[in-house]
Design a protein around this ligand. Structure first.
Ligand code: AVJ
Length: 320
């Protein structure tokens, strides 16, 4: 039998292998890309926490303000005794707003790919809410999630515009799966970033302090460390711009000169100016959100925004 230490090691080498495959695949066939979820190693997660504090990055502040103001209404809509299931829980600042507002909460199940993050969050929540049943689930919420045992009404929570990382097709698949997981009487609290002045969007992903650039380039560091890659961090740059027709921010790392890099024992040529895609960040308006919800099997019961209409939180209910 595997003790906890050994099973952690097994999980780590499986993660490493998944990362290796994804990177080799992503660099081999054009257009070159590395999936966004690999941005979040320990350093990447810390950098993302820093992004959330940047003056240009309004998303976190706007959403937190909406949740603070609307928590009582969310509690009323959800009703007493529900189970709260959070997708990609990260640090649980926003979950606490709901945990405190949901009457007779039966269960809190954070789902996250990082075992470490999950265990730390669960331990802290158990300390702060001794009566709360915390049931962490270690899984990639984009893949199949193991069934969550609870007879209570399920309330999903997917904040932070994380859904913006997904293409509309991927987002629809995610919502359909989530609707099945939450059940016929389930509901989902969903946070999306709103379409707005392109300059404001551009600035949010091109901050003056360079934290977003460090976040993107941290992926090169991670490849160097975990895949014995030879990326010269000074020879690549972060690039982010708003594509208005697609309604999305696109993020890349760009090669500043012609160069060859070795990754996991394979060599990859980069032309000067060649780029590798790392993220989309889709922006929604209320019509986009309505289409997304109905395509995913939900109806919108309510949409709340902040006074500047920067961000939106939707209360979605499963359709029969
Ligand atoms: C965590 C996906 C919501 O798209 O705004 C922020 C990630 N990347 N700055 C976003 C991100 C660069 C963020 N999400």
């Amino acid at each position: 039998m595997n003790g906890p230490v050994l099973s952690l090691e097994v999980a780590e080498s499986a993660d490493r292998e998944e990362f290796r495959r994804a990177v080799l695949d992503g660099l081999t066939s054009p257009p070159r890309a590395v999936p966004a979820k690999f941005l979040y190693d320990a350093r990447g997660s810390a950098l993302f926490d820093e992004i959330c504090e940047l003056p240009e990055y309004y998303l976190t502040r706007a959403e937190t303000a909406i949740l603070q103001r609307r928590a009582p209404e969310i509690g009323r809509r959800a009703g007493p005794g529900c189970a709260l299931i959070e997708f990609g829980s990260g640090s649980s600042v926003k979950s606490r707003l709901l945990i405190e507002a949901l009457p007779e909460l039966a269960l809190y199940a954070p789902i996250d790919i990082s075992r470490q993050h999950l265990d730390a969050t669960a331990a802290q929540l158990r300390r702060d809410y001794p009566a709360l049943n915390v049931a962490p689930v270690c899984a990639d919420f984009m893949g199949p999630v193991p069934p969550i045992e609870s007879p209570a009404r399920r309330l999903g929570f997917f904040p932070g515009s994380t859904i913006g990382n997904l293409t509309p097709a991927e987002a629809t698949v995610f919502l359909r799966r989530t609707r099945d997981l939450l059940g016929d009487d389930g509901a989902l609290v969903l946070g999306v970033d709103l379409k707005k002045d392109p300059q404001r969007l551009h600035d949010a992903y091109n901050d003056q302090a360079g934290v977003t650039a460090a976040f993107t380039l941290n992926l090169l560091r991670r490849m160097n460390r975990e895949l014995q890659a030879t990326f010269d961090l000074a020879a690549f740059a972060h690039e982010a711009f708003y594509d208005e027709a697609e309604g999305r921010i696109e993020i890349y790392f760009r090669s500043l000169r012609a160069q060859t890099v070795s990754v996991a024992g394979r060599r990859f040529d980069f032309a000067e100016g060649e780029r590798v895609h790392t993220e989309y960040s889709y922006k929604y308006d209320t019509a986009d959100l309505a289409a997304l919800a109905s395509g995913g099997g939900f109806r919108i019961a309510e949409i709340w925004t902040d006074p500047e209409r920067l961000f939106a939180v939707g209360f979605l209910e499963s359709m029969a």
